[in-house]
Design a protein around this ligand. Structure first.
Ligand code: GTP
Ligand code: SPV
Ligand code: MN
Length: 605
């Protein structure tokens, strides 16, 4: 066991508060994992899939009110509102603590409490962070075993050290004799995903889904870690990490920040459509970036698994993900076939004549609704990915050559743009926009919102200090040692609303241009928005279904559109209020100047 008295005392305190029937210390073993799954199958919380077709695979169906992150119910309880900044839901820590204590009192009655010691980052790396999650959800326990280094090995590595206190309850106590439901959770107004950065604590109540409940992921590795990163001079980011090898065998590492459900898993596991090029996966969602001993920016993936979007994933769009999930995978909110296999929209096979949909109801192609929830997910160990890079657990991390940023922008933003400098790159990151997706519960799906570095829902402090921190980090590097920042947009549409770019494996063409830019082997032209591929510099050989007109639309910087964009950026900066870093305001001014239209003044009479 452990002699960590802080841990033992905290567990004692929470046990008295939440009054579970029993306490189970997770050792992280295969036997324990299987035991929890068997129990969930027996209770009706999980479905064992056909073990011939999907060995080691299970299906879970969540409550219809509990299908994604809940940004409205996510809180940063820093001592002052100013520390949380204009984009976070701030709550006074004392008030929130009191509210939540009332909810937690007795909340695990009739349930087991699982003690989950875990490490984010490779065990033994000086940069890894420890957490302990106390939860009454066995679903969380099995998912945490795939997503983190969890159990006895984490507890041993922790020793008497410090850890992030992660408390989670589904918020559904059971009276004596009361039957459980397959997905217990609390009503929306009782859901709280709360962060207390000053106490290294996360309190989550009422939701059992994804980033609301697997507290090592967005809560610890982004919101809490970002606060720590700022103090210590590093970055905790919503980024994939990939290794790219060219036909000559030269290798470079890129990270990419795209908002939720905007293509990180797909790019991380890309199978290039360009002969001789190879992508290897180091991470698909989170990257911790810091200056290495060699003076370069190095990226570590703190996770050990993938919690990926299922819909749209097929052997055609993402074969590496499909191979990863052939066995030993947990599925949530996908549809079930009559053979006991999984199905979802965009899986690449025609809809079967009958399915059980994500809500457990009969479904036929005539039903007129999705069989899988748009935010249905798979959970699988990273080691199962055929494209995993051999060095993915290197405690020193991978040296990053380029940082990509991008979102779903139907207009304005070109396929690829290189920043003019680190400062300009941070400016581009600060104004990134994307259409809102189903990865969070929202009534604004499809609307474009600004999402700085894809971190809007994940920055644990004031967004303006976060952007200032990005600028500061850049100053710690020698010229030439810093990665360059590139904006990409796979989602530009034509006038008819169709994607102009085929995406997926064809994105390798853009990766190639970036790779060659870093080596000084590709040409660029300067536009007001930044550097774009010179005519002929983007390899389009063998690209089918994209004509010259579409390519020119993809690479177009339309001046009137960009003037409108600059005005919208100014309005956004104004909305963020006092305290925007002056360097970023300078960049906006420089953009306006390049566009030749600083203010849209009415013409003189
Ligand atoms: P989170 O796990 O929520 O952070 O999402 P993610 O950024 O990893 O997104 P993911 O790779 O799972 O992609 C989400 C959706 O975008 C899926 O439906 C994909 O099919 C779609 N998608 C990914 N890449 C492309 C692309 O290059 N072009 C187009 N049109 N769609 C894409
Ligand atoms: C995201 O929403 O960005 C995800 C899924 O990666 S969750 O873990 O639920 O945050
Ligand atoms: Mn994500």
């Amino acid at each position: 066991m452990t002699s960590n008295t802080d841990l033992l005392n905290w567990i004692d305190e929470i046990t008295r508060l939440c009054t579970p029937d029993s306490v189970h210390w997770c050792d992280g073993s295969e036997e324990e994992y299987q035991l929890l799954l068997d129990r969930m199958v027996a209770s009706g919380a999980a479905v064992r899939l056909n073990q011939q077709l999907r060995p080691g695979c299970y299906l879970f169906r969540s409550h219809p009110s509990d299908v994604a992150r809940v940004e409205d119910r996510t809180f940063i309880a820093s001592p002052t509102r100013e520390e949380a900044g204009p984009t976070n839901n701030w709550r006074d820590p004392e008030e929130l603590r009191a509210t939540m204590l009332a909810l937690y009192r007795g909340c695990m009655k009739g349930r087991k409490m699982y003690v989950i010691p875990f490490v984010m980052g490779p065990i033994g790396s000086e940069f890894s962070l420890f957490g302990v999650e106390l939860t009454d959800s066995p679903y969380v326990a099995v998912n945490m075993r795939l997503m983190t280094r969890m159990g006895t090995k984490a507890l041993d590595a922790l020793g008497d050290g410090d850890f992030v206190r992660c408390l989670h309850s589904v918020g559904a106590p059971l009276d004596q004799g009361q039957a459980d439901v397959s997905w217990p959770c609390a009503p929306m107004e009782h859901k709280y995903i709360a962060h207390f950065p000053q106490d290294n604590a996360i309190w989550s109540y009422g939701s059992g889904y994804g980033g609301n409940a697997l507290l090592g992921k967005k809560c610890l590795a982004l919101r809490i870690a970002s606060v720590q990163a700022r103090k210590e001079g590093w970055l905790a980011e919503h980024m994939l990490i990939l290794g790219l090898t060219d036909p000559k065998g030269r290798k470079a590492y890129f990270t990419a920040a795209f908002p939720s459900a905007c293509g990180k898993t797909n790019l991380a596991m890309l199978v290039p459509k360009l002969p001789g090029w190879k992508v290897e996966t180091l991470g698909d969602d989170i990257a911790w970036l810091r200056k290495g001993r060699d003076g370069r920016l190095r990226a570590v993936n703190p996770e050990s698994g993938f919690f990926g979007v299922a819909p749209g994933t097929s052997y055609k769009s993402n074969p590496n993900a499909m191979h990863s999930i052939e066995r030993d995978t947990l599925f949530t909110n996908v549809a079930l076939t009559d053979e006991g296999d999984v199905w979802w929209e965009g899986i690449g096979t025609p809809p079967p004549s009958h399915l059980i949909d994500w809500q457990g109801m009969d479904w036929t192609p005539e039903s007129g609704r999705n069989a899988a929830h748009p935010n249905a997910r798979f959970t699988v160990s990273a080691a199962r990915c055929p494209a995993i890079a051999p060095e993915w657990e290197d405690p020193e991390g991978a040296p990053v050559s380029a940082i990509l940023i991008g979102g779903r922008r139907p207009g304005v933003v070109p396929l690829v743009t290189e920043s003019l400098s680190w400062q300009h790159g941070v400016f581009m990151g600060s104004v990134m926009g994307s259409e809102i997706t189903a990865a969070a519960i929202s009534d604004a799906i499809g609307q474009v919102r600004r999402d700085p570095f894809a971190m809007l829902p994940f920055i644990g402090y004031n967004v303006k200090d976060y952007l200032r921190h990005w600028l500061e980090v850049g100053k710690a590097f020698l010229p030439g040692q810093l990665p360059r920042i590139f904006s990409v947009n796979w989602f530009r549409k034509d006038a008819g609303g169709r994607f102009l770019w085929p995406g997926y494996g064809e994105n390798a063409r853009v990766l190639k241009w970036i790779f060659q830019r870093m080596l000084g082997e590709a040409e660029a032209i300067e536009t007001p928005a930044g550097l774009l591929p010179a005519p002929g510099a983007l390899d389009l050989e063998g690209l089918e279904g994209v004509d010259e007109e579409q390519v020119s639309q993809l690479l177009k910087v339309d001046i009137p559109e960009w003037r409108a964009e600059a005005r919208s950026i100014r309005a956004y900066y104004d909305k963020l209020g006092e305290g925007m870093p002056s360097e970023l305001k300078d960049e906006l001014g420089a953009l306006e100047q390049r566009l030749g239209d600083p203010v849209d003044q009415p013409s003189a009479p």
